[in-house]
Design a protein around this ligand. Sequence first.
Ligand code: ZN
Length: 295
Amino acid sequence: MPSLHKSGGILSVNNSSTKYNKRKGKITMTQDKISNKSRQNSYITAIILQLHELKAKENKLVFRRDLKSPKLLEENKPKRYDDIAMPKIFKRNADPCTIVGCKWFKSGEHVYIPYYIDTNYSPEERHQILAVLQRFNKSTCIRFVPFKLKNSDYLYFYTRPNEGCWSYIGRQGGGQFISLERNKCLRTSTVSHEVLHALGFNHEQVRIDRDEYIRVLFQNIKPEQRFNFWKVRTNNMGSPYDYNSVMHYKKYAFSKNGQPTIAARSHQIHSFGNSYGMSNTDIDRVNKLYNCRKN
Ligand SMILES: [Zn+2]
């Protein structure tokens, strides 16, 4: 385990494992690409966070709020609806972003959102996550920046066996998890999908006006999964229904009998829910929700 000590007033890191050190350096470099912040600071921050996590695990303690870390899932598992984690105070069909607001804060023209990526990911997996964050940085006024200890609200990309892929909708206050299980949730479409949830977006096919565009074939849906198709009072911001949204379910989602569970009302539409990443409409919506300035 790495150790921290003060040297001439500056924190420095000792580590007997060259391999570990080398790997960390590589990761830090990748993270710095997105922010151009100090490599050394990112490295030290990563180590400090890791130490906090190890200590909390050893003691089986919930992370302390003053350590600016999320609560351990083992202690405080959120209730989940498919891939959406829901705070206890909300009812299922009340979109928290519509009811109380859940946007991340804007500073000047940009919305700075700190992120921390679990050290359990491989460099390639970290790169996958960072590539998606970079797309947001380039096409919207969202600016994902590496986590610093002074940050109060931030995203924590997290992987644990059998946790699957999920996210909260919108900013929760404090650190919040986005679960992207290794070898399962690192596709561009999945990472984009979960990040869009965290920015405040719900699934496309639960839009309040969805019945004008699709038919939900409840008779083909597994009974215990039908709630995933209930309509939600979403704020669509005047944007069109988008079959190509990365937030749209696939045609056979939660089918109990191999038959489609969603059918488009338009005969022109044959495929949906197969997006490889954010559609133009997904990007437009981020820009609308956060009042990004048009370039
Ligand atoms: Zn989802």
